[in-house]
Design a protein around this ligand. Structure first.
Ligand code: ASP
Length: 467
């Protein structure tokens, strides 16, 4: 027992770190004042990841930010307060109400799954329904919730294997008759996974709502609870049966937006309202009271028991995305071909261009049977390779313009297409036929900003439209 307590008290600290904590009679969850060679700090000692180095201590400051202090620079440290283990979530049994829809929450990781700053490696709970109910009781107002942790990773580690894993897990749940699905995911690459799922699970009978958070739930400004409540609302009661991303709309916490999986992108590294629909209006606004559609061309929820879903969980990972920059040399393309890549998506300049020195490499890649598609790094707008002679030349070399597909979406779609066939004509047909809203006929003039929240006048405009 004593050993257990000691393990808790010094969780993750080893060697010199642990010795220093022992010397000053402090431990994890001690609120301390620390005198260092660089100044004084006050904060809470957080647990340390087992794999992190032993020379640093992590302090959570009153601001909510964490700082790492080198033990060797600590001159004095004393405890001013002691808190109880903060990572323990009050667990309460999730109430079952037979009148409410059943929702399945799949966890994959990311900030939404961390109780504490994930960089500390502190306990990351497997969000059981009980834990979730303990911290976000509002969830029980909308649904009966079941949870399952599929992965516990940050989203940069998501990839083809996980896309297939999540798609299969969703398909199995749909088969069992669930009324809606929520997928907790790191925000950084949520739009890649969203696109992959939209191709792998076409026309699902129920909403599949991806959700994340930009600020972890231990911070006062966290968006985790609200995003989760709104995602539950969309999954349990919503009529939009598509793969969507549910994240903060305006900078205030009034509502979330539901974005179509293939038109959404993370656009800010720290804002909570970071997800934006590009070249397209979001699908709907969602608050805890209501879901207000902003458009009507969506796939509707099927009557209970009916499903026309087409599941195709395949992906060929030998695909790359090349972000063109002026001065790029042809060896970039050559080395991809030499490494065995079968598909390349180029994010070109303007209407879809690369420089002339790259042309011979494109010709070599085409000859080697590599499938190449052009997208635009402007993100808004279409590739238009007939406008300039250069565009026409690039097409002649074998690069196919991918309309207004976002570069990441084209990358995901090419991997998915090559998972089915390598026949160039068939790949082209798959790539250029819109399957999940990834290519649109036109981008609405107000799709550029309107409805995306954030600016007071836009929020005001949205309010007027809703009346
Ligand atoms: N790095 C994290 C991730 O994408 C950030 C987040 O969850 O928001 O997994």
């Amino acid at each position: 027992m004593a050993t257990d307590n000691n393990q808790e008290r010094f969780r993750g600290y080893r060697g010199v770190g642990r010795a220093t904590l022992e010397r000053f009679e402090v431990g994890v969850w001690s609120e301390v004042v620390v005198h260092t060679a660089d100044g004084e700090y006050q904060g809470l000692i957080l647990p340390r990841s087992e794999t992190a180095d032993e020379r640093h201590m992590v302090l959570k400051m009153a601001s909510g930010y964490n700082v790492g202090l080198a033990f060797e620079r600590i001159e004095e440290m004393h405890e001013v307060n002691r808190r109880e283990a903060h990572y323990k979530i009050p667990e309460k049994e999730f109430p079952y109400d037979p009148g409410k829809p059943s929702v399945k929450l799949f966890g994959t990781g990311g900030t939404i799954a961390s109780r504490l700053d994930y960089r500390t490696g502190a306990v990351i709970p497997a969000f059981s329904p009980g834990e979730l109910y303990g911290s976000v009781p509002e969830l029980a107002d909308v649904c009966n919730l079941q949870t399952e942790k599929l992965y516990g990773i940050f989203s940069e580690n998501m990839g083809p294997e996980q896309y297939i894993g999540v798609a299969k897990a969703c398909a199995a749940e749909i088969e069992k008759g669930v009324d809606g699905i929520i997928i907790g995911h790191g925000t950084d690459t949520m739009h890649h996974t969203a696109a992959a799922l939209a191709f792998m699970l076409q026309r699902p009978p129920v909403p599949i709502v991806m959700v994340g958070s930009q600020r972890s739930s231990d911070r006062p400004s966290s968006d985790a609870a609200l995003n989760l409540i709104h995602a539950a609302k969309a999954a349990a009661e919503g009529d939009i049966a598509e793969v969507m991303v549910c994240m903060f709309g305006p900078t205030s916490d009034e509502y979330d937006l539901l974005h179509r999986a293939t038109r959404v992108r993370k656009m800010h590294s720290s804002y909570r309202s970071t997800f934006r629909s590009l070249g397209e209006r979001p699908l709907a606004m969602v608050s805890s009271e209501e879901i207000v559609p902003l458009r009507h061309d969506y796939h509707r929820r099927e009557p209970k028991g009916r499903s026309e879903m087409k599941a195709a969980p395949v992906f060929d990972g030998r695909v790359s995305i090349v972000y063109y920059y002026p001065g790029m040399r042809p060896d970039i393309i050559d080395s991809l071909v030499a490494s065995g890549y079968k598909g390349i998506v180029i994010a070109g300049t303007g209407l879809g261009h690369v420089n002339k020195p790259v042309y011979p490499a494109l010709a070599r890649a085409a000859k080697a049977g590599v499938h190449m598609y052009m997208t635009v790094q402007t993100l808004w707008g279409y590739t238009q390779m007939y406008v300039y002679e250069t565009g026409r030349e690039i097409m002649e070399l074998g690069v196919i313009p991918a309309a207004n597909m976002l570069p990441e979406v084209a990358y995901v779609k090419l991997g998915w297409a090559l998972g089915q066939t390598h026949d160039p004509e068939k790949v082209k047909e798959i790539m250029l036929t819109p399957i999940a809203g990834e290519i649109t006929e036109r981008e609405p003039p107000d799709g550029y900003l309107v409805y995306q929240g954030g600016l007071p006048e836009i929020v005001e405009f949205t309010r007027r439209v809703r009346k």
